[in-house]
Design a protein around this ligand. Structure first.
Ligand code: GDP
Ligand code: IMO
Ligand code: MG
Length: 423
């Protein structure tokens, strides 16, 4: 039996979907516990590409149970589109379960995500505008509508009526926006509820029972450590907890039940959305990484900001997640670069900073301190053993390990299931 958490170790889009898919082959259950359809997890199987937003990446295996846990926020329309999309491609989604406590994203959340971003002007966060933040706001305010409410017609009507009144006041009076229509939402969401009822249950029981029965359970993180609401680059973060502790809260399992934690990282760093990024490359190298690595958002299509690998960030991810290993993806993207740089610390006003700063005002002034190492030119897309990587690539991986205090246990050399090997 194994119970493993997989988390993003940077700013998201590290290739979590690919690693989950690979490990899901021997998993009995895959669990999403936070975030919503702000996530975009890509899985490439042969010539087929799947982009999953809310449904766990284990869904592509027939025998794997898939859980959308209580800590997630569910857009019913989006999850139904995902269900239909997968079904039309021959994927069996009957093993999907959604927690009764998960909060529901409603049209006013999406409207408010857009309006509040616009109102921030230049100080916007660069959210995905999927209504994630406003939905979690309602949860914290204790007025949220949960899946158990959605599937109960009377309760849903009562709660929706109250919330539409509150939200329309904010939309029209605070932002001067267009109000949402209660009747339209009620009709549309009642029809979603009918289709979703059979998926809704108390998933915490299912997860607990699976672990107790000695099954292999994987927790699929969304986003990444630096987007964590508490320990990330606040306020340029998401509104949930992508670090490993988030699984306990968001799946309703105790910390003693999770054994291992694998951090997924890219061999360089990317970020989509606003906020400081010390190793960002606004030059032709950054442009090259973006083009070769196809660094464009899976959810919004936005170009991702690219930069050198930052070991300060990875040490932070090792610490806040308790990582027991790192899966390093996209090593192939660096092929052909003459010299590679790894940021090992920051420098601010002549002072060396080893730990990732808590305050982004401090982070803004941090200059990366780099070590340099030689690149390689050989195509590594078909390599299946560490020893067969060019010596310079082996050295690059070892340098990362030395500077982040964690073993690189898996290496990715391409987007396919087969383009990954253990170390
Ligand atoms: P996630 O959100 O962490 O699941 O990552 P995304 O799917 O948003 O972005 C990762 C992108 O990199 C996807 O297009 C993957 O197909 C791709 N990818 C994953 N691993 C590798 C790798 O080792 N090499 C290359 N070239 N692409 C990869
Ligand atoms: P996956 O799971 C990368 C970013 C947004 C924005 C910030 C807040 O695919 O790695 P939100 O809509 O969540 O309120 O936006 O978080 N963000 C992501 N960046 N990958 C993701 O998910 C992300 N989910 C949210 O770009 O900066
Ligand atoms: Mg993604």
């Amino acid at each position: 039996m194994s119970v493993t958490a997989l988390v993003g170790a940077q700013w998201g889009d590290e290739g979590k979907g690919k690693i989950i898919d690979i490990l899901a082959e021997s998993a009995d259950m895959v669990v999403r516990a936070q975030g919503g359809n702000n996530a975009g997890h890509t899985v490439v199987v042969g010539d087929e590409t799947y982009k999953l937003h809310l449904i766990p990446s284990g869904i592509l295996y027939d025998g794997t149970d898939c859980i959308v846990g209580n800590g997630t926020v569910v857009d019913p329309k989006v999850i139904l589109e995902e269900i239909d999309g997968l079904t039309s491609r021959g994927i069996n989604v009957s093993r999907l379960k959604i927690d009764a406590r998960a909060h529901v994203i409603l049209p006013y959340h999406i409207v408010l995500d857009g309006l509040s971003e616009d109102a921030r002007g230049k100080g916007d966060i660069g959210t995905t505008k999927k209504g994630i933040g406003p939905c979690y706001m309602d949860k914290a305010e204790r007025i949220g509508i949960r899946m158990c409410d959605l599937i109960d017609k009377n309760i849903f009507e009562e709660k929706l009526k109250r919330n539409v009144e509150i939200k329309n006041n904010i939309i029209t009076k605070l932002y001067g926006g267009k109000p949402v229509d209660l009747k339209t939402i009620l009709k549309e969401y009642n029809s979603y509820a009918e289709r979703l009822t059979s998926f809704v249950t108390d998933t915490s029981v299912l997860v607990y029972d699976a672990i107790k029965a000695g099954k292999n359970v994987l927790f699929e993180g969304a986003q990444g450590a630096l987007l964590d609401l508490d320990v990330g680059t606040y306020p340029y973060v998401t509104s949930s907890h992508p670090i490993s502790g988030g699984f306990c809260v968001g799946a309703g399992v105790g910390p003693t039940l999770i054994k291992d934690c694998l951090g997924i990282a890219k061999a360089y760093t990317t970020r989509v959305g606003k906020g400081p990024f010390p190793t960002e490359l606004n030059d032709e190298i950054g442009e090259r990484i973006r083009n070769v690595g196809q660094e464009f958002g899976t959810t919004t299509g936005r170009p991702r900001r690219c930069g050198w690998l930052d070991a300060v960030i990875l040490r932070f991810a090792v610490r806040v997640n308790g990582l027991t290993g790192i899966a390093l993806n996209k090593l192939d993207t660096l092929t052909g670069l003459k010299t590679l740089k790894i940021c090992t610390s920051y420098e601010k006003n002549g002072k060396i900073i080893k730990n990732f700063p808590a305050d982004i005002e401090e982070l803004k002034d941090c200059k990366p301190v780099y070590i340099e190492t030689e690149g390689w030119t050989e195509d590594i897309g078909n390599v299946t053993r560490f020893e067969d990587l060019p010596k310079a690539a082996q050295k690059y991986v070892k340098l990362i390990e030395e500077n982040v205090d964690c073993k690189v246990s898996m290496i990715g050399v391409g987007p396919k299931r087969t383009q990954n090997f253990n170390r």
